[in-house]
Design a protein around this ligand. Structure first.
Ligand SMILES: [Zn+2]
Length: 203
């Protein structure tokens, strides 16, 4: 693929750091109830990432402000409406694997998570770098612990992460970050390849 000259490649860095996470495991019973449950999750003041949908529903959730009480009230609602529901604070790969196995055993539809490009851990709300080069999209993911939890200076964190990605993979070198925009609960930085960094000998 020829990159052309300047401005033809673009992408973004979507930064999701900090906040509070939880993993919900609920025995919904059947698909109709599972779908109603997903609609309930969608209506809550948090970002939700379904992991399994079927007799057992598994969802990861994220709120930007820790201590908001959102997860506690959701856990209470689910306890009242379902015979089995678990609200596990945080997100751990080992709990994720247990939940995934449970959903697999009950023949639910699985939507596995992508893994961190640095340490390989699965993460429901990774910080993502994506860059379109010609017709292809390059992606680089950071799990929560590899992206850090500092939200005070998203610009500085974004530059740091881009540097980490560039150390591991050449497509992230000579990439410029644009001004960030708050989008929902994430920070989005437009990125593009620096025009003067294009090397005609590359590829
Ligand atoms: Zn990681």
């Amino acid at each position: 693929m020829n990159r052309g000259n300047g401005g033809t490649t673009e992408g973004e860095l979507v930064f999701r750091g900090g906040g509070e996470r939880a993993l919900f495991i609920v025995e919904a019973g059947d698909l109709a109830r599972a779908k109603r449950l997903l609609a309930y999750f969608d209506g809550m003041a948090c970002e939700v990432r379904p992991i399994a949908v079927g007799p057992v529903v598994v969802c990861a959730a994220w709120v930007e402000q820790p201590g908001s009480g959102t997860f506690e009230s959701m856990a209470e609602h689910l306890r009242d409406g379902y015979s089995l529901s678990i609200c596990e604070p945080g997100f751990s790969p080992s709990m994720y694997r247990v939940a995934l196995q449970l959903a697999r055993d009950t023949e639910g539809e699985l939507r596995p998570l992508e893994c961190c490009s640095v340490c390989g851990a699965p993460d429901p709300f990774p910080t993502t770098l994506s860059l379109r080069v010609g017709g292809e999209e390059a992606r680089f993911l950071f799990c929560q612990s590899c992206s850090g939890a500092v939200m005070d200076a998203p610009d500085a964190v974004a530059r740091l992460l881009l540097g980490k990605a560039a150390e591991r993979s050449p497509e992230w070198r000579d990439v410029e970050l644009g001004p960030p925009m708050k989008s929902g609960r994430a920070w989005r930085f437009p990125i593009r390849r620096a025009a003067d960094a294009l090397s005609p000998s590359h590829r």
